[in-house]
Design a protein. Structure first.
Ligand code: NAD
Length: 323
């Protein structure tokens, strides 16, 4: 299947030379972490995403205990297109059994991921949720191990991911320039929490590309609400529910508004949204195209921002930090 022309915007991924679609396909839902997804649905979602211009797919061995990588691998294979037509990122160091950022484990991990994804290389390998490990180990051991994987041709670029924003400055201030190509931040560039914005000039100055994930705040900004395991406080959940209800009453889509909000900042290379159905792919790509044609719905957005203002920038503890 050749990718047909698409109106979905492509943006440069920092200094990597890659051009990624503004909407990226978050494959954690393919690991059934937001509810069960059949193999047929997973494959159809990947196919529809590619058909509509999404060229960037993100997964991890952690999502669904390797299920997401396997499903994504099947979906990508079914596309039947040359490997250089899509960009794949996976992660290392976080597994269903726990965290292990040792050089030995991450070196083994990439081979396991490549097998599940049915690929010869991934474009980006990211250290997954580094706040749960020792940041000094990430700097001194994990990133140098990933550098060797780069030299071996198993990965093209190196990234780090996590929730607390200070982990990124800690690492980037301690590694040589160019050692980290990409950071993936999540839940910090959504209508309810936009704290990533303040870090963007710093990341640009370090020559690092920015991937922003979870524009729907991992389900908080959806009509169906978040999954059971969502770590937000009861106040944050309730404010987001009120925002979703307001949108529904006005005949507006909270997910569309939320995704468009995240997509508006062009210093962010790609916004990763988790998708597990053809309908969600259609809606999310449609939201991006509508944004580039008509701009944001400022009036409804202002109302939603007002509803969420009591919980603005509220987050939750993650990793070994104290709450
Ligand atoms: P998200 O904010 O993208 O929300 C996903 C949820 O919204 C899922 O339940 C999905 O089915 C639903 N959804 C998507 N489009 C919808 C639509 N149009 N209408 C209604 N519901 C819709 O959260 P996420 O999936 O956690 O984040 C996106 C991706 O980013 C992940 O899949 C993963 O690839 C990546 N991510 C990485 C990290 C990390 O590295 N630490 C953390 C979070 C997310």
């Amino acid at each position: 299947m050749a990718a047909p022309p698409s109106n979905l915007e492509l943006r440069p991924l920092g200094n990597t030379g890659l051009k990624v679609s503004s909407v990226g396909f978050g494959a954690s839902p393919l690991g059934s972490v937001f509810g069960p997804v059949s193999e047929d649905e997973a494959i159809a979602s990947v196919r529809e995403a590619f058909r509509r211009g999404i060229n960037f797919f993100d997964t991890s061995p952690y999502y669904g205990g390797t299920l997401s990588e396997k499903m994504l691998g099947k979906g990508l294979k079914a596309l039947g297109v040359p490997r250089n037509e899509y960009i794949v990122s996976t992660k290392c160091g976080r597994y269903i059994e726990g965290f292990d950022f040792s050089a030995e484990r991450v070196t083994k991990s990439i081979d396991e991921s490549l097998e599940r994804l049915q690929l010869d290389y991934v474009d980006i390998l990211q250290c997954h949720d580094i706040e749960f490990g020792s940041l000094d180990q990430i700097v001194n051991e994990t990133i140098p191990a990933l550098q060797k994987l780069k030299e071996a041709g198993k990965i093209r670029f190196i990234g780090i991911t996590g929730l607390p924003l200070e982990i990124f400055t800690y690492v980037l201030d301690r590694v040589p320039r160019g050692a980290v190509d990409v950071v993936l931040s999540y839940c910090h560039y959504s209508i309810n929490d936009s704290t990533l914005e303040d870090l963007l000039p710093y990341l640009k100055s370090k020559g690092v590309a920015v991937i922003s994930a979870s524009p729907l705040a991992m389900g908080l900004l959806t009509e169906n609400g978040p999954p059971e395991w969502h770590p937000a406080s009861p106040e944050l959940k309730s404010a987001c529910r009120a925002a979703a209800t307001y949108c529904k009453e006005k005949g507006k889509s909270i997910t569309k508004l939320a995704l468009q909000y995240s997509l508006s900042n062009k210093d962010i290379s790609t916004v990763l949204v988790g998708m597990n159905s053809v309908a969600q792919v259609e809606e999310n790509v449609g939201a991006a195209i509508e944004l580039s044609t008509f701009g944001k719905d400022q009036q409804t957005l202002a109302k939603i921002e007002a509803i969420l203002s009591p919980v603005k920038n509220q987050t939750w503890p993650s990793g070994t930090q104290k709450s």
